[in-house]
Design a protein. Structure first.
Ligand code: DX5
Ligand code: ZN
Length: 216
């Protein structure tokens, strides 16, 4: 059976109340806490880094799924490990030596994820898939919450799922109750959503619907 992992993106939360927002999401059924790290260089936006993860860590037992939209991700492995990140997901486009980076992430005791932007072909991931804990197929151009889901990215999810039946395949960007079925049918099982969860009247219902659709 496919196991769904629902990962609210805290980018849509009230950053002034980050710890409470994390606990609220876990209480409403979230599996992962998706932390969007942006450096103003790899993407045209600036968010948070390891110091904030470090401050947050004592306040939540939640799984900190850190999505690093940064140039030179190698530079931050040690800091995120000592801050208490559970998963370090870097962008394929941002590194010259993905194999070495995956090894370093694992050596530091974190799970390793690799993300690909919408324009990056999925076959770049294949040589690394057996050593990865998660692959993130972006469904918007990284940088901002609240953009529209790109259904054309689903062929990449299908191709990846057909080759790697047990891999955790994450989708991120514009996921909502109107497109979750397309993503789930393509083979995604780790669902990131910011706007559609945080702006919902009942975030718990949206989380439950995502889970039910993935596990159907
Ligand atoms: C975009 C981030 C996403 C974003 C998702 O660059 O990686 O995690 O917060 O937000 P929504 O669900 O609003 O598209
Ligand atoms: Zn993200």
């Amino acid at each position: 059976m496919v196991v769904a992992k629902i990962a609210p993106s805290l980018l849509s939360s009230d950053f002034a109340r980050l710890a409470e927002e994390c606990e609220r999401m876990l209480a409403l059924g979230a599996d992962y806490l998706h932390m969007d790290v942006m450096d103003g260089h790899f993407v045209p936006n600036l968010t948070l880094g390891a110091p904030i993860i470090k401050c947050l860590r004592p306040h939540t037992k939640g799984f900190l799924d850190c999505h690093l939209m940064v140039s030179n991700p190698e530079q931050w492995v040690d800091d995120f490990a000592s801050a208490g990140a559970d998963l370090f997901c870097f962008h394929y486009e941002a590194t010259k030596d993905a194999a070495a980076l995956i090894d370093r992430i694992h050596a530091k005791g974190m799970m390793a994820g690799m993300a690909v932007k919408p324009g990056t072909p999925i076959d770049v991931v294949y040589p690394f898939a057996s050593t990865l804990d998660q692959v993130l197929v972006m469904t918007v151009e990284p940088g901002f919450g609240g953009q529209s889901f790109m259904p054309e990215c689903m062929q990449k999810v299908r191709d990846l799922r057909s080759r790697f039946p047990d891999l955790d395949i994450q989708v991120d960007g514009g996921l909502d109750p109107g497109n979750i079925e397309v993503a789930a049918k393509a083979g995604a099982n780790v669902i990131v959503a910011g706007s559609s969860i945080f702006k919902a009247q009942s975030p718990a219902d949206v989380i439950a619907l995502f889970r039910k659709t993935v596990e159907a």
